[in-house]
Design a binder for this molecule. Structure first.
Ligand SMILES: CC(C)(COP(=O)(O)OP(=O)(O)OC[C@H]1O[C@@H](n2cnc3c(N)ncnc32)[C@H](O)[C@@H]1OP(=O)(O)O)[C@@H](O)C(=O)NCCC(=O)NCCS
Length: 167
């Protein structure tokens, strides 16, 4: 296990106190980063769930979701470059899906850049498949819309069980 091995890693709910560090990571990861005020607005909404992954006192990842009726929509998923490849995103996905199910969601969806193959591979592991394209969703690129149905059913539970075994 590397320096960023998952043994020392903890996942917990993002709070207002985390926003500055999360926003700093956001700016390193994305060409069109969310401002701190977007994170403030997101955390203020009752149907949002935001998580951070922490190693020691460093935030190495964060992820967010909104739940609208039966649909859980993943809004963001980021891991610090040096911490990638250690299962941190997988762990955050599992936690988000647990929260989605607890909130009554039955389906999971998100947008991802067409060129973002590593993220698409992550999402395929969680049963998300491409169902459409949002043209020019990003500044210079289309988004793939990915979707997983019936996450509250036995087949999906089995898929999640297999992913949990890899963690
Ligand atoms: C995509 C991202 C969140 C993955 O985080 P991570 O912690 O490195 O991912 P994990 O180690 O949990 O890997 C989970 C799965 O993702 C896929 N994956 C991750 N990195 C990959 C890579 N470089 N190439 C191919 N697949 C990859 C694999 O399916 C992997 O499962 P496996 O290890 O069982 O094969 C991270 O690369 C990142 O923050 N990228 C920049 C931001 C971004 O693109 N976010 C998604 C926006 S929609």
């Amino acid at each position: 296990m590397g320096r960023h091995g998952v043994c020392m890693m903890d996942i917990r709910a993002m709070t207002l106190d985390d926003i500055q560090a999360v926003s700093a990571l956001e700016q390193r990861v994305y060409p069109e980063p969310w401002s701190e005020s977007v994170f403030h607005d997101e955390l203020a909404q009752p149907n949002r769930r935001y998580l951070i992954a922490v190693e020691g006192d460093e935030i190495v990842g964060y992820a967010g979701m909104m739940v609208i009726l039966e649909d859980a929509h993943i809004t963001t998923m980021s891991v610090a470059p040096a911490a990638r490849g250690n299962g941190i995103a997988k762990r955050m996905m599992v936690r988000l899906i647990d929260l989605a199910l607890a909130a009554g969601a039955k389906h999971l969806t998100l947008e991802v850049r067409r060129s973002n193959e590593s993220a698409q591979a992550l999402y395929r592991k969680f049963g998300l498949a491409p169902v459409g394209v949002r043209k020019d969703y990003y500044l210079n690129e289309d988004a793939l819309i990915m979707w997983a149905s019936d996450i509250d059913k036995a087949d999906y539970e089995e898929r999640l069980r297999r992913v949990r075994e890899e963690l």
